[in-house]
Design a protein around this ligand. Structure first.
Ligand SMILES: Cc1cc2nc3c(=O)[nH]c(=O)nc-3n(C[C@H](O)[C@H](O)[C@H](O)COP(=O)(O)O)c2cc1C
Length: 269
C-alpha cells in the first residue's frame, strides 16, 4: 500500500525529498518521487517538511499536520544565552504546577530526537506529596543498601544519606512538587537515551513557561536497578520500565549570571 502522494502539478522533481530521506525510502524518477520497495519509512516527516512547494504528502506524517516554520529572528547571541542560561533547579516553591502547564512542558519533550525516530516514551507525573516523600525515603533506603553492599558507586551516596537521616534534607527530589518519570516498553532498547534527549528539551523549554526542572538522577539510578519497593510505589505497569526521572516546579530563585564550564576540547583529524 502506497503512503506517498505527489501533487504532480506542484512537484518540480527537485529531488530534495529523496535526498533528505534518512532511510532511502524515496527514489527520484522521471515521474517524480516514488517509494523504494525494500526500504522503509521511519515516519520522520523530513520528505514532506523539506518540499519547498508543498507537493508531497506522506500518510505517516501528513502535510496538513505540519506547522510552517516561521523564520526566527533569534540571533546567535540570543540562542547562545538561552542555552547557557538553563540551570538545574534545586529549590522549589511549594505551589504546585497546573496540569495544563505540565502538559505544555511534556508536549515539547516529545519532539526531541530519538534513535530511528523510535520515540517510544510515555510520561508518569507524580504530584502526591506523600508519594513523593515515599519515593525519597525508598531511594534513601536503596542507597543505604548499596552502601552496606560496598557498591563502588555508592561513595557518592554517603553524603546524601547522612543529610537526609540527620537533618531531613531531601537531596533526592529537592522538595519539588512534581516528579516526571519517562517510561518505555520493557523490551524497548533506547528508552534511556531517548529520555535523556526528551528531558533535555523539557529542561530548556521549562524557564520559558516559568518552570524549573532538575534531573532526578538518584531516583532514576534506583529505578534502573529494578528496586522493587520503588517500582511498586511508582505503580510501573508490568510491561513498562523507567527510562528517566525529572523534577519540576516553580523555582524559588532566579540566576543572574551564566557559569563557565571546562574549556572546549576539540581534536581535528
Ligand atoms: C543524568 C543526570 C543526572 C543528574 N542527577 C541529579 C540529581 O540526582 N540531583 C541533582 O540535584 N542534580 C542532578 N543532575 C544535575 C547536574 O548536577 C547538573 O546538570 C550539573 O551540576 C550542571 O549544572 P546545571 O544543570 O545547572 O548547568 C543530574 C544531571 C544529569 C544530566
Amino acid at each position: 500500500m502506497k503512503i506517498l502522494h505527489v501533487d504532480s502539478e506542484k512537484c518540480t522533481r527537485c529531488s530534495i525529498c529523496a535526498q533528505v530521506c534518512p532511510a532511502s525510502f524515496i527514489k527520484m524518477t522521471e515521474e517524480g518521487p516514488q517509494e523504494n520497495e525494500f526500504r522503509f519509512c521511519i515516519s520522520c516527516g523530513h520528505c514532506v517538511a523539506a518540499c519547498p512547494h508543498g507537493a508531497l504528502d506522506n500518510e505517516r506524517t501528513p502535510l496538513a499536520a505540519q506547522e510552517p516554520i516561521k523564520l526566527s529572528n533569534w540571533d546567535e547571541k540570543t540562542a547562545r544565552d538561552f542555552l547557557r542560561s538553563r540551570r538545574s533547579i534545586r529549590r522549589y516553591k511549594k505551589e504546585p504546577v497546573a496540569k495544563e502547564k505540565l502538559l505544555q512542558l511534556l508536549d515539547i519533550a516529545r519532539f526531541a530526537p530519538t534513535g530511528g525516530n523510535g520515540q517510544g516514551l510515555s510520561y508518569l507525573v507524580i504530584s502526591d506529596k506523600d508519594k513523593l516523600q515515599q519515593i525519597t525515603e525508598l531511594t534513601i533506603q536503596w542507597m543505604e543498601q548499596e552502601l552496606s553492599n560496598g557498591a563502588p558507586s555508592a561513595a557518592y551516596y554517603r553524603n546524601v544519606v547522612r543529610q537526609y537521616r540527620t537533618t531531613g534534607e531531601d537531596m533526592i527530589l529537592r522538595g519539588a512538587p512534581h516528579l516526571i518519570i519517562a517510561l518505555c516498553d520493557k523490551e524497548f532498547p533506547r528508552g534511556q537515551e531517548n529520555a535523556h534527549f526528551s528531558f533535555s528539551y523539557a529542561e530548556l523549554y521549562a524557564p520559558t513557561i516559568g518552570l524549573g526542572t532538575c534531573w532526578a538522577g538518584y531516583c532514576q539510578a534506583c529505578a534502573f536497578t529494578g528496586y522493587a519497593p520503588l517500582l511498586t510505589v511508582l505503580e510501573i505497569p508490568q510491561d513498562k520500565k523507567v527510562a528517566g526521572a525529572l523534577m519540576a516546579g516553580y523555582s524559588q530563585y532566579r540566576y543572574y549570571r551564566m557559569v563557565e564550564r571546562n574549556p572546549l576540547a576539540v581534536t581535528w583529524l
